[in-house]
Design a protein around this ligand. Structure first.
Ligand SMILES: [Zn+2]
Length: 354
C-alpha cells in the first residue's frame, strides 16, 4: 500500500510497516487540562455504545491533537482496556497492544504528515479504501488521518463515499487545525472533539510542571505557539537574530542582502509565522494595548512599532500573508526573501508596480 504514495516521507503505515513503531508519548492526555475534556467526551461515547464511525479532533497546532488521537486508537484496539474511572487506557500488554506498540497492528491505517508541504491525494485515499476490503485482525479497524485539511477535493470526495457507507467495525479518526477547510459534507459525517486553547497561565504552568522547562522558556513557547508548544523544546533557529534583523532593516541599519542572509537560515514557513506573530504585537503596541511578548522581545517590538506609522504596518500585513501562502512553493529562497525584505521596507511598492 505504501507504494501508492512514494513521494511522502511517511506514507501509510500498514501491516508490517517496519518504521511504524508506536511513538513514545510525552504527554499524559488525561492529565493535560485541554485534552482531558475531549478524552472524557470520547470515553462517554464509547461507554454508552454510541461511538460514531467518524471522529474529528480539531484544535490549534501544538496542542497534542495526535497524542489524543493515538490514545483513542490505543484504547479502542486494546483487548482488555483499563476502565477504572480516571485511569482509562490501553493495557499495553495484550496481543493487540503489543502489535500496536511494535507498529505492526494490521488494523491501524495512517495517513500521517503535518505542514502544508505534503498533501493527501486521491491515491492515498484509494489505498485506504483498498485496505478496508481486507480481512480485519480484530473487531475494529481504525484509519487515522492527520491534518485532514491536507486532502485535495478529489481525495475528500473519495473519503466522503467511505464515510457515507462505512464498513462494519471501522473508525475514522481525523485531526484538523482548520476544520473549516474540510467540506461540510465530511464535517457532517463525523463527530467533533474540540481541543480548546488553554489560557496562558494554564499552559505556562503545565510546561513548567510536566515538561521541566523554565518559566522564561515556557513564556517564549507560549508566544511562539505552533508545533513546538507542548514539546517543551524551543526550536533551534535563532528567533532573536531574526527579529533583530527585521529591526535593523526597518531602521535602515542594514540592507536587504544582510537581512536575507540572516533569514535564510530559517524555513520560510517558520519565518513567515514568526514575522506575522511579531506583526500582531506591533499592532497591539501601536493601539495602546499591552504586548503579549516575553520580556526579551519587548524592546525590539517597541523599536518596530515606534519606527513606522500604523499605515505602514497595515500595508505590511498582506505582504507577510502572501509570503506565508507561498512559503511551501518551490521558489528560490534567496529571491523570495529578497522580495519580502524589499516589500517590508516599502510595502507600497508592490501596489505601485502592479
Ligand atoms: Zn491491551
Amino acid at each position: 500500500m505504501a507504494k501508492s504514495a512514494p513521494r511522502k516521507k511517511k506514507p501509510m503505515a500498514d501491516a508490517g510497516a517496519a518504521d511504524g513503531a508506536w511513538p513514545e508519548e510525552r504527554i499524559q492526555v488525561a492529565q493535560t487540562p485541554w485534552l482531558s475534556a475531549p478524552w472524557a467526551q470520547f470515553l462517554a461515547l464509547q461507554q454508552a455504545g454510541r461511538l460514531p464511525h467518524g471522529l474529528l479532533i480539531t484544535g490549534a497546532r501544538g496542542l497534542g491533537l495526535m497524542s489524543l488521537a493515538r490514545r483513542i486508537m490505543a484504547y479502542s484496539l486494546c483487548q482488555s482496556p483499563i476502565t477504572t474511572p480516571g485511569a482509562e487506557g490501553a493495557c499495553q500488554v495484550c496481543p493487540a497492544c503489543r502489535l500496536r506498540l511494535a507498529g505492526t497492528h494490521p488494523d491501524i491505517l495512517q495517513l500521517l504528515g503535518s505542514g502544508s508541504a505534503s498533501g493527501i491525494s486521491i491515491d492515498d485515499i484509494r489505498a485506504l479504501i483498498d485496505a478496508f476490503s481486507l480481512t480485519r485482525y480484530g473487531p475494529l479497524r481504525i484509519a487515522l488521518i492527520e491534518q485532514a485539511e491536507r486532502m485535495n477535493r478529489n481525495a475528500a470526495n473519495s473519503l466522503l463515499k467511505l464515510l457515507e457507507e462505512p464498513p462494519a467495525g471501522s473508525l475514522f479518526l481525523l485531526t484538523a487545525e482548520r476544520a473549516d477547510l474540510l467540506p461540510a459534507t465530511i464535517r457532517s459525517r463525523v463527530q467533533r472533539l474540540v481541543v480548546t486553547m488553554p489560557t496562558r497561565p494554564v499552559m505556562v504552568r503545565w510546561l513548567c510542571d510536566t515538561q521541566g522547562v523554565t518559566e522564561a522558556d515556557a513564556q517564549m513557547l507560549w508566544f511562539m505557539g505552533e508545533e513546538q508548544l507542548i514539546s517543551g523544546q524551543l526550536p533551534a533557529w535563532d528567533w532573536m537574530a531574526a527579529t533583530q534583523a527585521w529591526v535593523a532593516l526597518n531602521e535602515g541599519h542594514s540592507g536587504v542582502l544582510a537581512t536575507v542572509k540572516c533569514w535564510q537560515n530559517i524555513p520560510r514557513d517558520t519565518l513567515a509565522r514568526w514575522l506575522l506573530r511579531l506583526w500582531v504585537e506591533v499592532m497591539r503596541v501601536q493601539s495602546g494595548l499591552a504586548s503579549e511578548a516575553p520580556s526579551q522581545l519587548a524592546p525590539l517590538i517597541g523599536q518596530l512599532s515606534r519606527h513606522d506609522t500604523q499605515a505602514h504596518w497595515l500595508k505590511c500585513h498582506p505582504v507577510l500573508l502572501e509570503f506565508l501562502q507561498t512559503a511551501s512553493h518551490p521558489l528560490n529562497d534567496e529571491l523570495a526573501l529578497e522580495r519580502l525584505a524589499l516589500d517590508l521596507t516599502d510595502p507600497s511598492l508592490p501596489a505601485r508596480l502592479a
